[in-house]
Design a binder for this molecule. Sequence first.
Ligand code: G4P
Length: 526
Amino acid sequence: MSHLAEQLAKRRTFAIISHPDAGKTTLTEKLLLFGGAIQMAGTVKGRKAARHATSDWMELEKQRGISVTSSVMQFPYGESVVNLLDTPGHEDFSEDTYRTLTAVDSALMVIDAAKGVEDRTIKLMDVCRLRDTPILTFVNKLDREGRDAIEILDEIEQVLQIQCAPVTWPIGMGKRFRGVYDLRHDRTHLFSATHGGRIQTGEVIEGIDNPRMDELLEDQAAELRDEMDLVQGASHPLDLDAYRAGLQTPVFFGSAINNFGVKELLDAFVDYAPPPRARATHERVVEPGEDKFTGFVFKIQANMDPAHRDRVAFLRVCSGSYKQGMKMRHVRIGKTVQVANAITFQADERKRVDEAWPGDIIGLHNHGTIQIGDTFTEGEHLKYEGVPYFAPELFRRVVLKDPLKTKALQKGVVQLCEEGATQVFRPLKNNDIILGAVGILQFDVAAYRLKDEYGVEAVVEPVSVHTARWVRCDDAKMLARFKEKAYENLALDGDEQLVYLAPTRVNLQLTEERWPEVRFLATREL
Ligand code: G4P
């Protein structure tokens, strides 16, 4: 096997999708703990606690130096090298969260056993579905009273439209939580709550019919056997092809905070989850094992170092390898650049990377020439598909305090949009500037940065827009008619693309029904 093929086979690049409070941060810490990056345990949580305490942007800014390093975490696990990409979740939920999902090869979905499938999970799952991303599921907080395991699986199947294949099964719940039964290996892992960062090792009992089960679990052993008969009859057997095609999700149960069920999850994860996959460009499909380096930018983080105003572009390596000092072609602008100081994100420090392989993420220093979606190659003209814009769900009108600053405002807004921080819409009917975002904090960030970086004092105020849809229609006459009729609600986005700004959900529905030949798209590729 070539060195590239070897490195490639080891890589597992993934993200965690969940609703806030399901346990993503806790699970991340435990994964790092099992992965041996122990110094990280506590860091992730500390960062979140600090973030929770304030939604003040200045404070956020101060913490950015930390948050960026933990936005990509690389750690070894057994023979594998795992890249975990953080998906901002609470107040900092944003388009970055969606876009990060376009840079992974698989995802891990965390569900709170008491709450089941929640909103944010549904949205993130929709994004995963755009590229049939394989998903493992971890049902968390079994140490608390929650819903019946079978009911949770049913809900996942119904609401998320994906088959469930249980890999472990909980024995009891809450006070009666005794452990999980591993269907793959026909063995039971017993639970004992631990405190602190120690790795959980309870007793392991081989075989579901082992008398030791009855000895330790008493009535619950028989209950488990009955339940397993039922589950094995009623649920889908694990099918790795179906999982990799995004049609089935293997399900694990446990308690992240108690470190329970996490190791089983990680072991199965490195086993099942796909290594970097082939990716489509507009020109052709690129195999990760190709010799030549290619990659695309999925996120840009600004002001990582406020003193220098630098921006770092996060690039996912898709094929070949990155070597320190190599020359790359920045395809969109047609220039060759020498990259001497890309950064990597190992453990909790920012350090220079000497090489990177498919599935890895490198950070390129950017002085304004790199945009989200940009492709880098060793010369070939390629453009990676699929870092889309997502229709924002929140809208605000920008109102200038000083009307003479209109030019500066426009410049600032354009720049913020290029970074993907917010989207801009200009209604056809007037000169308003409407910002769109998927997370509420993005507006505060935009207003703060307009002032700080462009000297523009502006406020954002509510505007009656419910959602946006990109308008497409192959019939030019029809499109012209539509433009005339829907003029009031039409706008242009930052790239002069036509967008329908629907004041209400019902309005959108009616408009879609009235204009069957017009397509209303919820995503637009960059
Ligand atoms: P998030 O990143 O998905 O938002 O969730 P996070 O890990 O922060 O977990 C949310 C809350 O759920 C935390 O409690 C956390 O301790 C708790 N939690 C996580 N895993 C488990 C589990 O397996 N069992 C139980 N019972 N609780 C769990 P918190 O009170 O918000 O924070 P903290 O005060 O405990 O830090």
